[in-house]
Design a protein around this ligand. Structure first.
Ligand code: UTP
Length: 474
């Protein structure tokens, strides 16, 4: 990799991007160094290729000729044999945990623009009573599993250069939430520049390109490049439990799901939720040429997304919530042979420096293309891939945007409703408002319960709940 300025300039000029050094002469020595380092970190052969294709000639989505709904394992086993299989799968998952063979992996490199939080999204105070950060929720969940199974669960946190430093600092300030520091590994994914519609990379400032992370699909490469896979191999990890940073009630590791995936010899598996309506903004799990493939909600034609079975259920009902179980050896194989996930085009308004005037322009309309890969595009590369249905209320309270659907308020609301349901099912009365929602705010820490069954086991420790109470169970 070239690092000296002259060589980098040559690379840029041959990629027709020499303008990135437009302001170079005016920069201070540290600014020059920083811009050179940015340029050196980019794969310009890839960028040139993406400009030719994704920017100038984006391939329209073509629906494959034969798209079928992907089969899945139902949340509630319908018959005795499936019940036995689930029970064996849960045991398998628990054994893997006990043997220290499962790693937790959170992808936290995104920019979180829709939420508009100033720090990394994982530092967002997410829980309804104690306002614990998302990262704290995950570590507490893992520590509760460690205590229960007398094991160690290494935690891999993928960041990007937009939030790496702030993420690591946040963990340090919080003493890693009492997880031994050497059980947590932070590493960054690659970045890609935003490109103007004319094919020129945009500058965010005279000394910096407008860079953004290369999508959560970049995690599969970052695991390899960062040495995380090697670290996992040394620790004896065989399975990776992959989740996103935005869901405070996610089961960071679900023994049943990961056990099922392991027992089925799957390479990469997924959890799904039945969609509430045809066009719900979740990717659709489909079968294309016999391979599990996610088709984005915007790409599945209405006649398929709205199609219903005679019993009234959506035919394509399995929606992706970005929870995966991934065999470590599968990620190794992908990287050993060199793999390429497709790049998706996102048109965005990206502020940029006008080269003629040096002024910062805040565009009023779309002016740029960002290029991202998606982790679910690795599913068709898997030898085998299974899907397991989960319960929406049990583990899906995402925080995506500041207000409305998938906001902090809706997430706290779902969390309280879930907790109220778990507590009521354990036989403890929860006051209810006239609209049927809980008349209390309830938070359950991972040390108290990881599942609804744990609440039943601990029900004697739950105090009486009066209308309007704020209850924290630990
Ligand atoms: P989102 O699709 O919600 O994107 O990411 P985002 O960047 O976090 O938020 P917006 O779209 O700017 O509002 C889903 C998950 O994938 C991770 C995010 O951190 C989140 O956990 N992600 C996304 C990455 O790790 N890297 C990326 O390049 C993109």
């Amino acid at each position: 990799m070239a690092t000296d300025h002259a060589a980098l300039l040559e690379i840029l000029q041959s990629a027709d991007q020499g303008h990135i050094y437009h302001f170079y002469e005016r920069l201070s020595a540290p600014q020059r160094q920083s811009l050179d380092a940015q340029v050196a970190a980019i794969d310009w052969t890839l960028v040139s290729e993406l400009i030719k294709t994704v920017v100038h000639k984006p391939a329209p989505f073509v629906l494959p000729p034969d798209v079928q709904p992907a089969p899945y394992f139902a949340n509630k086993p319908a018959d005795g044999s499936l019940r036995d299989q689930y029970s064996m799968a849960r045991q398998r998952g628990q054994t893997l945990l006990r043997e220290g063979k499962i790693a937790a992996f959170v992808v936290a490199g995104g920019q979180g623009t829709r939420l508009g939080w100033s720090g990394p999204k994982g530092t967002f105070p997410a829980t309804p009573v104690k306002h614990k950060s998302l990262f704290q929720c995950f570590v507490e969940h893992l520590k509760a599993l460690e205590a229960r199974f007398h094991t160690t669960i290494p935690f891999y946190v993928m960041t990007s250069s937009v939030n790496h430093h702030a993420t690591v600092e946040f963990f340090k300030q919080n003493q890693f939430f009492s997880m031994p520091e050497n059980h947590i590994m932070f590493f960054s994914q690659d970045m890609l520049p935003a490109v103007g519609l004319d094919g020129k990379v945009l500058l965010e400032s005279p000394e910096s390109m407008a860079l953004s992370p290369n999508g959560h699909g970049g995690s599969l490469l970052a695991l390899h490049k960062s040495g995380a896979l090697t670290d996992m191999r040394h620790r004896g990890i065989t399975q990776i439990s992959y989740f996103q940073v935005d869901n405070p009630i996610v089961r960071c590791i679900d023994p049943l799901f990961i056990g099922l995936h392991d027992m089925q010899d799957a390479d990469m598996s997924s959890k799904m939720l039945p969609k509430e309506f045809g066009k719900e903004k979740l990717g659709n799990f489909c079968l294309v040429d016999g391979k599990v493939t996610v088709i984005e909600y915007s790409d599945l034609p209405d006649d398929l997304s709205e199609q219903r079975l005679p019993d009234g259920q959506l035919r394509f009902r399995a929606g992706s919530i970005a929870l995966h179980a991934i065999r470590r050896s599968f990620v190794e194989q992908l990287n050993a042979h060199g793999f390429a996930l497709p790049y998706h085009r996102a048109e965005k308004k990206v502020p940029y420096i006008d080269l003629a005037t040096g002024e910062k322009i805040e565009p009023q309309k779309t002016n740029a293309v960002k290029m991202e890969t998606f982790v679910f595009d690795a599913l068709p590369l898997a030898g085998k891939s299974i899907i397991y249905e989960t319960d929406r209320l049990d583990e899906f309270a995402p925080i995506k945007q500041a207000q409305g659907v998938d906001s902090p308020a809706s997430s706290c609301d779902v969390t309280t409703r879930r907790n109220a349901q778990w507590i009521s099912a354990a036989g403890v009365k929860v006051p209810i408002k006239p609209d049927g929602s809980p008349h209390a705010v309830i938070e359950i820490s991972a040390s108290f319960a990881l599942t609804r069954e744990d609440v039943v086991d601990n029900y004697t420790k739950i105090p009486p709940i009066a209308p309007g109470d704020r209850v924290y169970l630990e």
